[in-house]
Design a protein around this ligand. Structure first.
Ligand code: FAD
Length: 413
């Protein structure tokens, strides 16, 4: 059971209007806030049912003491919440919607159904057609806010932030999900800061609690914790590709496309001129049937090169832990785990790594797992199918030699 932490303890609201937070539980609806709205409420005192934004109150019997600006709901108040939409900030490359956006729409659909609300996607780019966005509808979106303009051809942090923040002010999303991509990792905090709300990065699960508050689950303190943001909206989270499955497309689904205007005359301090995408070398980590991942136990660059050689001879994808990246032995793109990639190979071999949860959440889909570590008490041994207690700097060269011999034997047979 994850421990629960809370974001956004300030009772002020994310959105500028002085209305109750859509979807906040009755226990959060403080008397002081009711008092604050008393003058507005008296406006409608002649009616037994009145509507304040998207929250409906049904008051059976009531008394207003307007002179003291106090609303005594001494009898029964039944609150029926309606929730703002669940948002996904979509991403496209050359007009093709990226996988993580579709995966997030799938999870957004589940959350929206539980909240009885809609799924909306914001997608910014250029030259996009209805055909390009159909996969989003097929994955579960009800409405797409599309910006299609040369100014949006490349990701522009300030312009994208401006457009999303402005639209969020109008649409008041309950939840906003963003992929942990290079764009999402930068865009999410920019948007969260402007909306004055909380943000949980690299979530590994998202569920609603009994009060319909989003539990944003991350590995921390040696276990899982659930972060909640009960008093600010939207509840924002970033999620890596592969955390949620890609939903089975329902090609019969359609929805509404709303075109967005691009603000003119905005001065941007940062202008993206060009995006250069590097083709990853070697076997793709995400699709490789075998993954060899190395950690701090490699010791130095020579030790790391042996792990690299092992991956090569097995035609495996090469993964890493954070310390290996920090040491400069390998690029960040190879990091597996909460802030890295999610892999699900048939065989995973972890070499010289301790088995910290932040790494291990990235390999939950692996079928057979092997670890090499010189400490028999390393936590990784509790999580794998086969454990080898040995110094990897001695063991890996021998293993490479044995594999080579085996491969040569097979060639001559
Ligand atoms: C918010 C957050 C997000 C994070 N995200 C990620 C993430 O996505 N991916 C990730 O990997 N980490 C992530 N981390 C870091 C993570 O918590 C661990 O610090 C990291 O995974 C540990 O890497 P490691 O196992 O290589 O190093 P260590 O924990 O230092 O373990 C090294 C292991 O090598 C063994 N060893 C030492 N020498 C040898 C030898 N000669 N032969 C064999 N074994 C040896 C040791 O016994 C030890 O068990 C994150 C941390 C935070 C706080």
């Amino acid at each position: 059971m994850p421990v629960k932490c809370s974001l956004g303890i300030d009772k002020s609201q994310a959105f500028p209007a002085d209305l109750p937070i859509p979807g906040s539980g009755p226990e959060l609806f403080y008397a002081s806030r009711i008092t604050h709205h008393a003058s507005r409420i008296t406006h409608h005192a002649s009616r037994f049912t009145f509507h304040v934004s998207r929250i409906t109150f049904h008051v059976s019997r009531f008394t207003f003491h307007v002179s003291r600006f106090t609303f005594h709901a001494s009898e029964r108040i039944i609150m029926e919440h309606t929730y703002g939409p669940v948002w996904v900030i979509g991403e496209q490359v050359n007009c093709q919607v990226v996988t993580v956006s579709l995966q997030l729409v799938g999870r957004a659909r589940t959350l929206a159904d539980e909240l009885n609300t809609s799924v909306e996607v914001v997608l910014l780019g250029n030259h996009m057609t209805d055909e390009h966005v159909q996969p989003l509808f097929a994955a579960g979106a009800d409405r797409i806010y599309m910006g299609n303009d040369p100014a949006l051809e490349l990701y522009q942090p300030e312009l994208f932030t401006e457009m999303i923040v402005k639209l969020a002010g109008d649409r008041r999303p309950e939840i906003m999900l963003i992929g942990s991509t290079f764009m999402g990792r930068e865009l999410a905090p920019l948007v969260a800061a402007r909306l004055d709300t909380g943000l949980t990065a690299h979530c590994i699960d998202l569920v609603l609690d009994k009060d319909k508050i989003l539990e944003q689950i991350i590995p921390a303190y040696g276990g899982l914790i659930s972060i909640v943001c009960p008093e600010k909206r939207p509840q924002m989270a970033t999620v890596s590709k592969g955390v949620f499955p890609k939903p089975d497309p329902d090609e019969t689904r359609t929805g509404e496309i709303v075109m967005l205007d691009v603000p003119t005359g905005m001065t941007q301090r940062i202008n993206t001129l060009e995006i250069i995408r590097e083709e990853p070398e070697g076997v793709s980590l995400e699709s490789a049937p075998i993954v060899v991942a190395g950690g701090a136990g490699a010791g130095d660059i020579e030790g790391w090169q042996k792990i690299e050689e092992l991956a090569k001879i097995l035609n495996a994808g090469l993964g890493s832990t954070r310390p290996a990246v920090d040491e400069g032995w390998i690029e960040l793109e190879t990091m597996i785990g909460q802030s890295g990639k999610m892999v699900s190979p048939e065989l995973y071999i972890g070499v010289g790594l301790s088995g910290e949860l932040q790494h291990m959440v990235g390999i939950v889909g692996a079928q057979v797992m092997v670890a090499v570590n010189n400490d028999s008490k390393a936590p990784v041994f509790e999580q794998v199918d086969y454990g080898i207690v040995d110094d990897c700097r001695e063991f890996v060269p021998v293993l490479i030699e044995k594999i080579r011999e085996h491969q040569e034997k097979q060639l001559t047979c």
